[in-house]
Ligand binder design. Sequence first.
Ligand code: AMP
Length: 283
Amino acid sequence: MEFAKTIESVRSQVKAARSGGKKVGLVPTMGALHVGHISLIEAAVEKCDFVVVSIFVNPTQFVPGEDFEKYPRPLEADLEICKKAGTDVVFAPTPEQMYPAENITWVSVEKLTESLCGQFRPGHFRGVTTVCTKLFNIVAPDIAFFGQKDAQQAIVIRRMVADLNMPLEIVICPTVREPNGLAISSRNKYLTEQQKKDAANIYKSLQKCRQMIDAGVKETTEIITEMRKILQQVPSIEIEYISIVDAETLRNIDRIAGKALAAVAVKIGPAKLIDNILVDVSK
Ligand code: AMP
């Protein structure tokens, strides 16, 4: 496995792989890798011949007051994980490599970024779409892999790629969970064992949503009320939002018809956690 710190170095390695006819996969991450990230790397190894994992804690997607400074950066352990998972190159640039001067050129996706996390993290998605555009331009992958855990991010990026005719495919991989249902996240490192147990109620609330839909309930306010009750059973949970939105437009819906996304964001202690499920009543 190679380790590239500079744009020139990752570009030359991808160029060599491509000239050998290899299909290139990119897994963008912020590091502090866990089994959720590993599942994306494994999907990339399966579908591609040459896999690049980027590790970059992107400053432009953190809103003032968020955890940019204290975000975990265990680079040595991350490199070991990448190697074991079959990565060909880890691209881990410095902020100066990625943003050598004040950034005054941005890529913004409208509408899809207004709801859900967009309401609470102004500028977050603009940072994500800008850094992903830069990574896509630097690595020029055939396929980039994202996780369903960050559903809004994946949908926004897929739309950006379509709208801007970017020549790559976006693959969205399923959410990997702890045995108690908690979606695995780098930010789970901020939680105590008790808080991790408490956080299992996030997935319980989403399961309740699925059960109600399976039982024929279509009114979203009725479902959200029951989900809220489950989250409120745990005093340490502070609800940011519980939303049921159209899976394509991400707009709130009153009644479920077709594909919908049920999404939850909460704060537990120092961590903000998000999770979601996709439901499809057309089936
Ligand atoms: P991050 O390092 O948190 O920016 O995440 C990098 C990528 O890994 C994103 O596409 C995430 O959606 C994905 N990811 C994070 N956690 C999980 C998980 N538990 N299951 C599947 N994918 C995940």
